[in-house]
Ligand binder design. Structure first.
Ligand code: ZN
Length: 682
């Protein structure tokens, strides 16, 4: 591990700026800390509004990511008062949080770390606390003491596992008072604390100790290789992911609580699941109590997977896991005000596939997989050194069900489409892009599909900048069955399945029947009918495999009910697509798949994005009616009952209505047309 300290990069000489600089240097090292874990502090002074200069400490906020932390991620606290808490014998979590919250410098600040008092009680200016893989490899085994001494030297204090919070803070305080010359503290089953009078001193020490631990561990490493290639693992995963995802969905009164899956198929994970001791080691308690709310206390292991009959095997294994998890919860006492999580696994190890990690959204699934990867690396290294040792189950439970931990994940109200995956065709057009945006805004993960090209690239870039990993750009041609299959497969690969399909791709053409060539008619037919059929078929097969319902919302048109002269090809082909969707509603109701339609009238744009319909007919219509763009829009407004201008976002809202299952409805159409009596669905 490289020491990244660079004098020329040091932003300023003030204490907090230096604190932030080394926090970031530590934060970018995934082997040291992950996802808002770890914490750091600096003791300095602060002049208040009355001009009094007081001793203060800045501690990293709970959950703030050290890799990108700035001033807003540090909470200022009154140091002298908080130091006096070291004289107490006991302090409950609630009282501790109260003391901390009532001694902050800014009432708007986030909660500081649960380990705040530990930082307060350590009598050095800079304190760095990390959870390095290499240190955990030394601490989590039978003769940890000897390994730690041999690797790190004798001037490091080793502390037995203590629940993070006041108790740990007191223990660290006592240990340092007893060994004033120690260089650092190793916390069993937890991590490392370094300190110093300068930011550099403390940072250098973390890097030095982790380097020494890594070098020591390397001596024991054995070279093993998995017999499964990453490609094989991915192909198998693609077949079983929808089944797993279906089994991990929970039916609610009207819809489903769904999860996003993440596949771990790195060489280290594939080797681990095939290793002789893989199962035994994987099922041991976790290496630390970090992130238990994301991974659960133990994973599910599928022994001897039979890939031809995996559905049955998985469903039995998950039922069995539920029983085990409920038994684990019942063995311990739950704190007041908390309730048990659902009893479904978050991490599933399968030889020949790797690990499948689940989370209620893409972020949680990503955290679960990073923790799982760390666990594989650490537990794998320990297996080659000696005997794995871990925290007691009661402590695992205490940390999994702790108010402070739950506050990190539970406080937010989840958006209605959280954990759901949608695939939108023709996404780069006006209506398609508005639907993607509406779904993303409501927490959905969206596969944004369209023909390859600038329009798709531009949209994906725009949406990704707002919704990050919940956006997946996929080029797809709805007239090519292979391309459609690939797009669904890619979506399954990234999120584990699909729950909502929006067949929206369509093209229009203006021609009187007497002038229409069969060739041009067939061009429209291929997209509007064949394309819709292909997407409906692919969706139906996937939904059946997933076994947890699903929704399809077809973007139809007012022309299905009230066709227009010169619109033969468009009206006829859209009517066929509409009819296919109605048939799908009949065929798929028994597996709880709902198929509905929205029928807009003349949507020409979404902001600067012009619709395909507009490009095809706008200029002609304007010419025919002797109108400009604004005039044409006014014409369409004037012909509906509400005199409403129909926007792409209105269509998107109708889609969301069906997608969120507000009513038990299938095979139905919502007109989005401002009221056109001759186009009322019947
Ligand atoms: Zn910690």
């Amino acid at each position: 591990m490289e020491n990244k300290w660079n004098d020329t990069e040091l932003p300023a000489t003030d204490d907090l700026a230096q604190r932030i600089y080394t926090s970031r240097l530590l934060g970018v090292e995934r082997q040291l800390i992950m996802h808002g874990g770890g914490n750091a502090s600096v003791k300095t002074t602060h002049t208040n509004i009355l001009g009094d200069c007081r001793a203060v400490i800045y501690v990293k906020a709970s959950g703030a990511d050290m890799a990108v932390v700035g001033q807003e991620g540090y909470v200022g606290l009154e140091l002298d008062y908080l130091k006096r808490l070291s004289t107490l014998d006991n302090l409950s979590d609630e009282d501790m949080i109260n003391e901390i919250r009532t001694h902050v410098l800014d009432y708007r600040c986030p909660n500081p770390s649960l380990e705040t008092l530990m930082h307060v009680f350590i009598p050095y200016k800079y304190v760095d606390h990390t959870h390095p893989d290499a240190i955990l490899t030394l601490t989590n085994q039978a003769n940890a003491d000897a390994h730690i001494r041999n690797a790190l030297g004798s001037d490091v204090v080793v502390l037995n596992y203590i629940t993070p919070g006041f108790k740990l803070a007191k223990a660290v305080y006592k240990a340092l008072s007893g060994s004033p010359h120690c260089r650092a503290i190793v916390l069993m089953y937890h991590g490392l604390i370094t300190f110093g009078e300068s930011a550099k001193e403390s940072y250098d020490l973390t890097i030095e100790l982790v380097r020494r631990a890594k070098k020591y561990i390397e001596r024991f490493s054995v070279n093993a290789m998995s017999t499964t290639t990453v490609e094989m693992a991915r192909l198998r995963y693609n077949k079983i992911a929808p089944i797993v995802r279906g089994l991990l969905s929970l039916k609610t009164e009207d819809s489903y609580h769904r999860v996003i899956l993440n596949h771990l198929s790195g060489e280290d994970v594939l080797t681990f699941v095939e290793s002789e001791r893989g199962r035994e080691v994987a099922l041991t308690p976790p290496i630390t109590t970090d992130y238990l709310v994301r991974t659960k206390a133990f994973p599910l292991w599928i022994e001897n997977p039979d890939f031809d009959n995996i559905g049955q095997q998985l469903s039995e294994a998950i039922l069995n896991y539920k029983d085990q998890y409920e038994a684990y919860v019942n063995r311990h006492k739950m704190q007041d005000g908390l309730s048990a999580f659902d009893p479904l696994p978050r991490v599933i190890f399968i030889p020949g596939i790797g690990a499948i990690c689940a989370g209620k959204d893409a972020g949680s699934a990503g955290i679960a997989s990073d923790i799982t990867e760390q666990s594989v690396v650490v537990k794998g290294a320990i297996a080659s050194m000696g005997t794995y040792r871990a925290i007691e189950e009661s402590e695992v439970f205490t940390m999994e069900y702790r108010h402070y931990q739950h506050a990190k994940v539970g406080a937010r109200v989840e958006p209605p489409m959280c954990g759901h995956v949608a695939l939108v065709t023709g996404a780069a057009g006006a209506i398609g892009s508005a639907i993607c945006r509406e779904l993303l805004e409501n927490g959905c993960c969206v596969a944004v599909t369209d023909l390859p090209g600038e329009a798709l690239d531009r949209l994906v870039e725009e949406l990704s900048s707002l919704y990050y990993k919940r956006v997946l750009g996929v080029s797809m041609d709805v007239t090519d069955t292979h391309s459609v299959g690939q797009a669904f497969a890619k979506t399954v690969d990234v999120w584990g399945g699909v729950d909502l399909v929006i067949p929206n791709a369509g093209i229009a053409m203006v021609s009187m029947l007497e002038n229409m060539s069969l060739e041009t008619f067939r061009r429209v037919e291929r997209v509007n009918i064949d394309g819709t059929l292909t997407v409906l078929s692919e969706a139906a097969r996937l939904f059946r495999l997933q076994g947890s319902g699903g929704d399809i919302v077809l973007v139809s048109t007012k022309n299905v009910f009230a066709p227009g002269a010169g619109f033969g090809a468009y009206s006829a082909t859209k009517a066929a697509a509409h009819q296919l969707a109605r048939i799908a509603s009949l065929e798929l109701a028994s597996i709880d798949v709902r198929v509905n339609m929205v029928s807009p009238d003349a949507v020409f744009s979404d902001g600067s994005r012009k619709s395909g319909l507009w490009k095809e007919i706008g200029p002609d219509r304007m010419k025919a009616r002797g109108l400009d763009e604004k005039g044409l829009e006014d014409y369409y407004v004037s012909r509906n009952l509400l005199k409403a201008s129909i926007k792409a976002k209105h269509v998107a809202r109708a889609v969301l209505f069906f997608a969120t299952r507000q009513t038990p409805t299938t095979g139905a159409t919502i007109p989005v047309d401002g009221g056109l009596p001759d186009a009322t669905p019947r």
